[in-house]
Design a protein around this ligand. Structure first.
Ligand SMILES: Cc1cc2nc3c(=O)[nH]c(=O)nc-3n(C[C@H](O)[C@H](O)[C@H](O)COP(=O)(O)OP(=O)(O)OC[C@H]3O[C@@H](n4cnc5c(N)ncnc54)[C@H](O)[C@@H]3O)c2cc1C
Length: 412
């Protein structure tokens, strides 16, 4: 008999299923697709133990102007999305001010710095070591001004949080990445972060581990979730399922399901694109052309180029502006071949306006749990917040951050 339904089989849902299974629960994991086929499939694959501070909204007037006039490639936006995004974006902006951002980072840093340790036993048990490189990534800058600012910031992160890093001169960068064809102003070597060459493959390996340990995975539509005599029912491809408890781990789709139960959660869903390109020789490490909002990493399909944030509606058609510019930038740096796919992939980072994931009870429904909103670092944080959720469900453990991860109602 299923004791807990986990809805959503991305990195967050699969990690939840494993954490609950490890605590002795009979868990059924439900998704409308195969595990790890959505946001957790298409990301850049970094297990970002260096990302101790979540990405705030830029506050400097010059940067805001760049965003407003679409001169930066980090952020793109669409007028049609603004009515729905205005409230959450305004709160995201508020939480980006230094005092709030420091308070959020004090919590965030404790989550990300344990992420490698939380992934490690899963990687080993899943036999997925070949997917992981433990040599970090290189973040490069073209302009002296952005490099100087980034170097100061990296030193601050090292001082304040102990993040391992090395400032790279142009010569260091060339030595680190011999395929680099253009002189850069400098870079930062985040050598303790990890990189996964196949993010969807790692989620699949974790899902296979869950199944090998006796867990059940079924296809089903989470929108059929209904409360029933103190428990939860769901229609699946294998017939109706019933369980006393359910976890919502639907990533960027979580807010629509919660609407149906009277919970109002509004995310800033930041779309990102990727595309693969033929690439004859492998890059040594994943590489960021920061000034052009482009990240690239080797995958089995080719060199994956991924982009920053496109503030658009979930169902809006693809806007190729950022991926085209990212591709052009990476072509200036490396011997990039032709694109592998006809169209780029896109997915949506589920970002909470206060930049902290939501982990805890749905306060007005017995046996309903929330686990989503990991923003830019859900691939990193899945096992970590799953462990916190597991302790809450199994032992009634409190939120370790005094309620900061608990359900937060969005004002109407
Ligand atoms: C371009 C890009 C680059 C990124 N790079 C990184 C990175 O390097 N490192 C990092 O840590 N993070 C990165 N992220 C963020 C990270 O990918 C996300 O935070 C993370 O994947 C979210 O995981 P999730 O399990 O919450 O959501 P998802 O992976 O989207 O999983 C949600 C699941 O719910 C299922 N679902 C939805 N609706 C229903 C329904 N009605 N019924 C049944 N199932 C349903 C979906 O099929 C899906 O499997 C990046 C994101 C993007 C877009």
């Amino acid at each position: 008999m299923t004791e807990i339904l986990v809805l959503g089989a991305g990195m967050v849902g699969v990690s939840s299923a494993l954490a609950l299974q490890a605590r002795g629960f009979a868990v059924t994991l439900v998704d409308r697709r195969e595990p790890g086929r959505e946001t957790s499939f298409g990301n850049a694959g970094f297990i970002q133990t260096e990302a101790v501070e979540p990405y705030g909204f830029p506050l400097a007037f010059s940067k805001l102007l760049e965003v407003a006039t679409k001169r930066t490639n980090d952020v793109n936006w669409h007028l049609a999305a603004m009515p729905g995004l205005f409230g959450p974006l305004a709160r995201y902006f508020y939480n980006s001010f230094p005092k709030r951002h420091r308070a959020v980072s004090a919590i965030y840093s404790q989550l990300v710095t344990r992420a490698g340790d939380d992934h490690a036993p899963l990687i080993a048990a899943a036999g997925a070591d070949a997917l992981i490189s433990r040599e970090g990534f290189r973040q490069a800058y073209r302009s002296a001004a952005t490099f100087d600012a980034a170097a100061k910031d990296a030193e601050r992160l090292h001082r304040d949080y102990g993040v391992a890093m090395r400032i790279l001169s142009p010569a260091d960068l060339r030595a680190e990445e011999p395929l680099l064809e253009r002189e850069m102003a400098g870079g930062v070597d985040w050598h303790e972060a990890w990189a996964c060459s196949n993010p969807g493959g790692l989620v699949t390996a974790y899902a296979d581990l869950f199944a090998a340990r006796g867990g059940t995975i079924v296809r089903g539509d989470a929108t059929t979730l209904a409360e029933d005599a103190g428990g939860w029912t769901l229609a699946t491809a294998d017939g109706p399922l019933r369980a006393p408890q359910a976890v919502i781990a639907l990533g960027p789709w979580s807010q629509e399901l919660l609407d149906r139960f009277g919970y109002r959660v509004r995310m800033v869903r930041k779309r990102g694109y990727h595309r693969h390109y033929k690439f004859a020789q492998p890059l040594r490490h994943p590489f960021m052309d920061t000034d052009n909002g482009a990240v690239c990493a080797m995958t089995p399909t080719g060199l994956r180029i991924a982009t920053g944030a496109d503030l658009t509606r979930m169902n809006a058609p693809a806007d190729l502006r950022q991926i085209r510019r990212a591709e052009a930038a990476i072509r200036e740096l490396f011997p990039l071949g032709e694109a592998v796919e006809a169209e780029p992939w896109f997915g949506h980072r589920p970002c909470m306006p206060d930049m902290l994931p939501m982990v805890g009870r749905a306060p007005r429904h017995k046996g309903l749990w929330l686990h989503f909103g990991h923003g830019h670092q859900g691939f990193t944080l899945g096992p970590t917040t799953a462990d916190i959720l597991g302790n809450m469900i199994a032992d009634g453990a409190p939120d370790p951050f005094g309620g900061a991860l608990a359900y937060r109602e969005t004002r109407r």
